[in-house]
Ligand binder design. Structure first.
Ligand code: NAP
Ligand code: ZN
Length: 347
């Protein structure tokens, strides 16, 4: 077994704390990675605090992992020791169902294996994530990272990046379309960057007036304060696509009303309560709601290569690992610009 140091949640209520455990020895198709950076996603908070139910402890969160290959199994062909790589939100799937065969392992019919807070496919081992010194991952679920990208700022691409890139691509966002991104946090600011890069006319819809200048600096063309009821009314029927990244409970009807004929509301944010929603707001303009979960490995690689070509990375605050509990509190207050990334050399 391979010893690993980490930060873990031991239950839903206690702060994360230093933790030691062991990674499995390499199987033939495994890659061993020394972790350099790990982004902090709001899903880490939801799960560490059991906000979705069913959390497994001890839990080492973290699914925006960048590191360096330090070992490969005998059958590994795509990765070499010394290479920079990434690992995202999943580390395994059945690799054999309709979804997996269409490169959509995230929608595996047997259920994908999450990077943490999930049982590995043996049904007993709890998978542990990236707030740790090392990880061992099946080759199919490891991504290549271009040397052109700053590795710390690229870490959030592994979740925040692909989770916004995939639905915007699926919705066919292109030049001339009016696109809104709701919530300027980790996912939201990546959604803005991608929508702008696809040529759309982009609006940030936010509860935080002080984020307007940043929204524009990130490339957004307009800013709409969701608490300003008059401004919201003026934008009724305005947008072709709205990407909703909000982590807290809110009303989806308010967003639907902003959509034009056949507009699409893309849901990626995962509040814990079931949303309220008016069917009238759906039928009156043949609007639709589309949910989307991360992206498949092939699309994630495509996104990383796109980012290297267009020089797209996340805006980050690089923090020592022992700042993690403060970082969680600041994220809950929407006080992060715009993604915390753990510097694992401080572990
Ligand atoms: P984050 O950085 O904390 O950003 C969330 C943003 O939501 C905040 O910056 C804030 O933006 C807005 N917000 C917060 N509380 C709000 C409230 N009460 N009402 C309205 N808006 C509020 O979180 P994140 O890491 O981007 O994650 C966002 C959500 O996506 C989480 O629920 C996460 O679990 C989920 N997620 C889903 C997937 C997927 O595959 N679908 C993948 C990763 C994460 P403003 O200040 O601009 O209002
Ligand atoms: Zn995430």
């Amino acid at each position: 077994m391979i010893p690993a140091k980490a930060y873990a949640a031991l239950d839903a209520k206690s702060p994360l704390q230093p933790f030691s455990f062991e990674r499995r020895d390499l199987r033939a198709d495994d890659v061993q990675i020394r972790i350099h950076y790990c982004g902090v996603c709001h899903s880490d908070i939801h799960q560490a605090r059991n906000e979705w139910g069913g959390s497994m402890y001890p839990m080492v969160p973290g699914h925006e992992i960048i590191g360096e290959v330090v070992g490969v199994g005998s059958a590994v062909t795509q990765f070499k020791v010394g290479e920079k790589v990434g690992v995202g939100v999943m580390v395994d799937s059945c690799c054999n169902c309709k979804s997996c065969n269409k490169d959509m392992e995230q929608y595996c019919e047997e259920g994908m294996t999450g990077t943490y807070n999930a049982l590995e496919r043996d049904g007993v081992t709890i998978a542990q994530g990236g707030y740790s010194s090392q990880i061992v991952v099946k080759e199919r679920f490891v991504l290549h990272l271009s040397d052109k990208l700053d590795p710390a700022a690229a870490a959030p691409l592994l979740c925040a990046g692909i989770t916004t890139y995939s639905p915007l691509r699926f919705a066919g966002v292109k030049a001339g379309q009016k696109v809104a991104v709701v919530g300027l946090g980790g996912l939201g600011h990546m959604g803005v960057k991608f929508a702008v890069s696809f040529g759309a006319d982009v609006t940030v819809i936010s509860t935080s007036p002080k984020k307007e200048a940043d929204a524009k600096r990130l490339g957004a063309h307009h800013f709409l304060l969701s608490t300003d009821k008059d401004a919201m009314k003026k934008h009724a029927g305005h947008f072709d696509v709205i990407l909703d990244t909000v982590s807290a409970n809110h009303d989806y009807t308010d967003m639907l009303d902003l959509l034009d004929l056949e507009g699409k509301l893309l849901i990626v944010g995962l509040p814990s309560e079931e949303p309220s929603l008016s069917p009238f707001s759906l039928i009156t303009k043949r609007r639709s709601i589309i949910g989307s979960m991360i992206g498949g490995i092939k699309e994630t690689q495509e996104m990383l290569d796109y980012c290297a070509e267009k020089n797209i990375v996340s805006e980050i605050e690089l923090i020592p690992v022992n700042y993690i509990n403060d970082a969680y509190e600041r994220m809950i207050r929407s006080d992060v610009k715009y993604r915390f990334v753990l510097d694992m050399s401080t572990l």
